[in-house]
Ligand binder design. Structure first.
Ligand SMILES: Cc1cc2nc3c(=O)[nH]c(=O)nc-3n(C[C@H](O)[C@H](O)[C@H](O)COP(=O)(O)O)c2cc1C
Length: 201
């Protein structure tokens, strides 16, 4: 059984929705097991309530130690000024022991994201995230152009060869479109297929 973790942070629910679609894609692949978990919130609860943070998310909280148990990890983060969110950075900055032990070497790593605006830094968020995964020795997987949703030009859509993505709109009201969810499913399945092949060796 190939074990895959979808590990995300979501402040307002867009990445949470995408994480579920990624997991749906993984489940399409036989002999895989997928878990969806979150990194801990680091905004104090009273402040988070004032900010309207979505506190009712069903995914459990991951520990850094458990990352070593998976064959692939698919990371989801909203963009923050073209980078990953501090909540995800804070979690990754606690993985020093995993790095020392080489626990993630050879595992598949993949990233998806969300931004408010079309050109608000999705690609920089994903590609700068990749640096951390490479330091851990992970094998980076994106979304190949065999995913037809990447070339859709008839609507505004997220999704790139770097990873699936969505756009929340400046007011946060836009939720992932069907095309974006389809690219997310593709990414989940694609990662699962590659992780299976790597594990078989
Ligand atoms: C501090 C901060 C910085 C942000 N920086 C960007 C940005 O650089 N580009 C952008 O398009 N959106 C930016 N956003 C919007 C978020 O990316 C957006 O709210 C998020 O993708 C929604 O995903 P979520 O519902 O999963 O939290 C920022 C939001 C915050 C709070």
């Amino acid at each position: 059984m190939t074990k895959i973790l979808v590990l995300y942070y979501s402040m307002y629910g867009h990445i949470e929705r995408m994480a579920d679609a990624i997991a749906e894609g993984v489940r399409m692949e036989e002999s895989t097991e997928v878990l969806v978990k979150r990194v801990p919130e680091i905004i104090p609860e009273d402040r988070a309530r004032i900010m309207g943070v979505k506190l009712d998310q069903k995914a459990g909280i991951a520990t850094t130690e458990e990352l070593a148990n998976y064959d692939a990890i698919i990371f989801g983060t909203p963009t923050r000024f073209g980078n990953m969110a501090a909540q995800m950075r804070n979690f990754l900055d606690q993985t020093g022991k995993l790095w020392m032990d080489g626990s993630l070497i050879g595992k598949v790593g993949s990233v998806f994201t969300s931004s408010a605006t079309q050109h608000g830094g999705q690609e920089t968020t994903v590609t700068s995230f990749h640096s951390t995964l490479l330091h851990h020795g992970m094998v980076i997987v994106g979304v190949p152009y065999s995913c037809t949703g990447l070339t859709v030009m008839t609507e505004i859509t997220g999704g790139s060869p770097y990873g699936s993505s969505t756009l929340s709109g400046a007011d946060g009201k836009r939720m992932p479109s069907e095309n974006e969810l389809e690219i997310a499913r593709f990414q989940g399945r694609h990662v699962a297929q590659i992780a299976k092949r790597l594990k078989a060796k």
